[in-house]
Every structure is written in structure tokens, then in C-alpha cells.
Write a protein that binds this ligand. Structure first.
Ligand code: ST9
Ligand code: ZN
Ligand code: ZN
Length: 334
């Protein structure tokens, strides 16, 4: 890799000619990236990480009320499920249907997670699935761990993301009043739900010191949720097994599955993206989002849950998997 500095632009020439997935000279040429750094985002992420480290320091030195810590972790979990069960499985993949009270709850939680509004989140994610690990993928994992983890949020997008992204149909979301209301009001409601209200609750309910509340209940909570989400785009496109399709980058990674509430079964998810469980293996402990959707279905709030038959999964695993699927291993042993 050759890096050329030109003012605030950084030109990265990737000369990885031995990569077997790059076949033609035009594809090689496309791997030259101009990085227009967005300094506002770089500075925001620096602040976020320094402040989150201070939040951890406060927690580990016993300077924060235990209720504030419990509050931060439970709100982190609830907001994360707004992303997994909401933005991801419901809105991006239409893997199940939800009645309006559940949609409203998930939209509120997704707003608290501040990962852009649902419309933008879904557009980037649909583009990621349609053009996985190409220049049109907003967080193309072939540009390395850091880029796919968080670097992509600090530079302008590759032109292919705009051009090919324009082919993605978003009309279903345009018909959802909750999604469109969130999009319209995001810049006002997001700071309230992500930062101000979570900071205020510990001050109001158990007299927490305002600064401790800001660092722990807002900043540390938010930063942690971001990293667990980002690991799906980075770690679960690099490390792990490929039981269903060995020819794609996405992997099944149990550690990410636990931390990201079931989203680390990513090789399965890229092969069968319409499955509301986003997984075949594991259980509720490695897939808390599925537990939430199943409970909602029990009370009639979620319905039309889509999944994939065992036969179809087994056929696919034996045809294109890397041999790590338990069923393939069993049949090989016989
Ligand atoms: C964050 C998002 O963190 C994380 C997403 C993670 C996804 C994970 C997926 C894994 C699945 C499972 C989830 C697991 C969850 C686990 C939880 C566990 C605890 N298609 O974007 P702009 C067009 S956000 C089509 O500004 P720039 C469009 O016309 C963190 N068209 O591009 C658009 O205009 P408009 C907080 C597209 O200027 C125009 O281009 N947020 C597409 O290059 C401009 O778009 C931030 O940090 C597309 N895909 O800027 C802010 N994209 O929107 C980050 C764009 O008006 N964002 N267009 O229609 C930014 O500041 C900027 O987007 C930028 C790029 C600087 C990154
Ligand atoms: Zn992926
Ligand atoms: Zn997906």
C-alpha cells in the first residue's frame, strides 16, 4: 500500500496485485481511494473515546453510584436492540412485521443509539448487502479492519456508494410514518434521547453528580454500543468460520454474536438475510434480539416471522460451506 499526502487529502494506492479476487486492470484501478477526511467526525470520535475512557475510570474507581452503572448498561442494551431488532431485522431486511407500538418502541431505542436515523442506516445497510466488499459497500472490509470498523465514518464515501446506492429501493420505508417522522425530527430528538435524557435520569432519580452521569450514562454507554455494533462490520468480516459460504468475507463469530445480541452469525446472515433470527446456530444467550422478537410475537406485536428450512440450510452448507457446520461434520464422520 502506497500513501500520498496532498493537503487534507490522502491518496491511498493499493498495490495488492496478488489478491485473487481482483481480476481485471479496471478493478485494480478502482482500488485507488481518495480519502477526504471529515475533521468534524474525527474530533467528535476523539472526544468520545477520551471521555469514555474517563467514564470507565470513574466506574472502576468507585466514584459513581452503582445504579448509574446498571442504568448505563441496561440502556445500552435496550438501545442496541433498537438497532438489531429494529433498524436491522425489521426495517432493513423486512424479516418480520411489527405493529405500530413495537415499531414506535424500536424507533425510540434506535434514536437513543445514535447510529444515524433509520432511513440512512437502512440505506447504508442495504447497499452493504447488495455490494458486499466492493467499493460500493460503505464499510468495505477489504479496506482493512479500521476502515470497516469506524474509519468509514471519518471520510467521504467512495463515489460507487452514491452511484450504485442509488439503485437500492427505499420506497417501503418512505411509506412508514414512524420512520419518516424520525427522519424529519432526528436532529432535535436524537440529542435528547441519546445524551440529555440518559444524563438527567440518574441525577433526578438518585442524585448522581451531573458530570459522572454525563460521562457514564451518556458517553461511555454510547461509545460501548457503537463498538459492539462496529465489530459486526469489521471482526465478523475477518475472523471466524464460514459454515454456509466459504466464498464470502462475512464470518460466524460467536464472541461478536454475544456482544452484538445475535448479529455475529454473519456468514449465515449474508447467505439468508431474510431470517428474523439472523442465525441458525446458538441460542437466546447468543441472540438476545431473537428472544425480544419471540416475546413480541407471543403478545401479537410481531408477526409473519420469516425463517429458513433446515433442509435448505443443510444443502447450502454442504454445497458451499467451509466444512465447519456441525451437520456437515456429522455426515463426514458417518
Ligand atoms: C454508525 C452507523 O455508527 C453504524 C452502522 C453499523 C451497521 C452495522 C451493520 C451490522 C448489522 C447488525 C447491527 C448490529 C448492532 C449491534 C449492537 C450491539 C450493541 N446509498 O452520508 P453522506 C448519497 S453512525 C445511496 O453525507 P458523505 C445521498 O444522496 C455513528 N445514496 O456522504 C446522501 O444525501 P442524503 C454516528 C447514498 O458526504 C449523499 O450521498 N454518526 C448513500 O460522503 C451524502 O451522504 C456519525 O458518525 C447510500 N448508501 O459523508 C455520522 N450514502 O442523505 C456519520 C450516501 O441527503 N456520517 N448517499 O440523501 C457522516 O458524517 C457522513 O455520512 C460521512 C460521509 C462523513 C461518513
Ligand atoms: Zn456484513
Ligand atoms: Zn443485514
Amino acid at each position: 500500500m502506497e500513501i500520498i499526502m496532498a493537503g487534507s487529502k490522502i491518496l491511498v494506492k493499493n498495490v495488492d496485485d496478488e489478491d485473487p479476487r481482483i481480476v481485471s486492470p479496471s478493478q485494480r484501478k478502482n482500488r485507488d481511494y481518495e480519502w477526504h477526511i471529515v475533521w468534524r467526525n474525527v474530533l467528535a470520535f476523539i472526544y468520545l473515546h477520551v471521555a469514555a475512557a474517563y467514564g470507565f475510570y470513574l466506574m472502576f474507581t468507585g466514584k459513581v453510584n452503582i445504579f448509574t452503572i446498571l442504568f448505563a448498561f441496561s440502556f445500552a442494551a435496550m438501545s442496541a436492540m433498537g438497532v438489531t431488532a429494529g433498524a436491522h431485522r425489521l426495517w432493513a431486511h423486512r424479516a418480520y412485521k411489527a405493529r405500530w407500538p413495537l415499531r414506535l418502541y424500536l424507533a425510540v431505542m434506535q434514536t437513543m443509539a445514535f447510529q444515524n436515523h433509520i432511513y440512512e442506516w437502512v440505506r447504508d445497510h442495504r447497499v452493504h448487502h447488495k455490494f458486499t466488499e466492493t467499493d460500493a459497500d460503505p464499510h468495505n472490509a477489504r479496506r482493512g479492519f479500521f476502515f470497516s470498523h469506524m474509519g468509514w465514518l471519518m471520510v467521504r464515501k467512495h463515489k460507487d456508494v452514491f452511484e450504485k446506492g442509488a439503485t437500492v429501493d427505499m420506497s417501503d420505508l418512505e411509506k412508514d410514518p414512524i420512520v419518516m417522522f424520525q427522519k424529519k425530527t432526528y436532529l432535535v430528538v436524537m440529542p435528547l434521547l441519546c445524551f440529555l435524557i440518559p444524563s438527567y435520569i440518574p441525577i433526578w432519580l438518585w442524585n448522581e453528580d451531573p458530570w459522572s452521569s454525563w460521562y457514564v450514562a451518556s458517553i461511555t454507554r454510547y461509545t460501548l454500543t457503537l463498538h459492539f455494533t462496529w465489530l459486526v462490520n469489521s471482526a465478523a468480516h475477518i475472523w471466524g468460520t464460514r459454515p454456509y459460504d466459504k466464498n464470502i468475507g462475512a464470518t460466524d463469530n460467536v464472541a461478536v454474536a454475544i456482544g452484538a445480541f445475535g448479529e455475529g452469525w454473519h456468514n449465515y446472515h449474508h447467505v439468508f438475510p431474510w431470517d428474523y433470527k439472523a442465525a441458525e446456530l446458538g441460542n437466546y444467550r447468543t441472540n438476545l434480539s431473537t428472544a425480544l422478537i419471540d416475546i413480541a410475537a407471543k403478545y401479537g406485536l410481531a408477526y409473519d416471522l420469516k425463517t429458513v428450512s433446515k433442509e435448505m440450510i443443510q444443502q447450502r452448507a454442504s454445497r458451499t460451506g467451509d466444512g465447519s457446520h456441525p451437520w456437515v461434520q456429522q455426515t463426514e464422520d458417518c
